[in-house]
Design a protein around this ligand. Structure first.
Ligand code: AMP
Length: 188
């Protein structure tokens, strides 16, 4: 099972991905987590992307596609992958198709977590208080939401055209959303 968890920042992709890792043994591939880890390690890549991430802009396709490719090769026997925060534009989605088809598999399902902008703002403001993630500050969040609407949202018709897109109400509590995601996967 290769699942794309789709939605704007704050929709709950990371939270639901972690549930699927625990429940089904899938591997979570979060490009945001990978980039934050690179930053923390002080690597050249981390230094290269730090300012871009803090601003709320997207890093280059080349970088994130490379990170995903590396992970696919590291986990050859995985029962499934959850792509979390990737792809974020059409070029990345096409690259993902190529990477997967080269390994004899494909994207099987795309689940969009639907959350309204008011709730997103409230969630991100709370996360900023709790975790102090620099790109959760109100200015950067505005840029991130803008990047989602302009560059990432066009993936909805892209995946709908391939009959892969499913929607789950992401406004509910974590357990209810996890139940709805599980139902979609079990019916798929
Ligand atoms: P996230 O944790 O998914 O919200 O990602 C945090 C930040 O990492 C984003 O605002 C981007 O700067 C960068 N990032 C993560 N994933 C991608 C991606 N697929 N393409 C470009 N930039 C990304």
């Amino acid at each position: 099972m290769n699942l794309v968890l789709f939605g704007p920042p704050g929709a709950g992709k990371g939270t639901q991905a972690k549930r699927l890792v625990a429940d089904r043994g899938y591997i979570q591939l979060s490009t945001g987590d990978m980039l934050r880890a690179a930053r923390k390690s002080g690597s050249a890549l981390g230094k290269q992307v730090a300012a871009i991430i803090d601003r709320g802009d997207l890093v280059s396709d080349e970088i994130v596609i490379g990170l995903i490719e590396e992970q696919l090769d590291l986990h050859k026997d995985a029962p499934g992958f959850i792509f979390d925060g990737f792809p974020r534009n059409i070029a990345q989605a096409e690259a993902l198709d190529t990477l997967l088809s080269g390994r004899g598999v494909q994207v099987d399902c795309v689940i969009r977590l639907v959350v309204d902008d008011v709730a997103l703002l409230a969630r991100i403001a709370q996360r900023f208080e709790e975790q102090g993630r620099e790109d959760d500050n109100p200015e950067s969040f505005k840029v991130r939401l803008g990047a989602y609407n302009k560059q990432t949202a066009p993936l909805l018709p892209f995946y709908d055209g391939k009959k892969l897109l499913k929607e789950v109400n992401g406004m509910n509590d974590i357990d209810t959303v996890a139940g709805a995601v599980a139902l979609v996967l079990d019916l798929d």
